[in-house]
Design a protein. Structure first.
Length: 39
């Protein structure tokens, strides 16, 4: 039986809801992040 990767997070969210646990919203980023290449 193959279980999709996203089903684990859905299960965790459902379990938190069953337990009455509400997580805070993630913080806003401090700035704009850009990829960089170090040579």
């Amino acid at each position: 039986m193959v279980i999709p990767d996203n089903s684990r997070s859905a299960g965790a969210e459902r379990r938190l809801k069953e337990l009455g646990i509400k997580l805070p919203a993630p913080p806003e980023p401090f700035g704009i992040y850009e990829e960089a290449v170090q040579t």
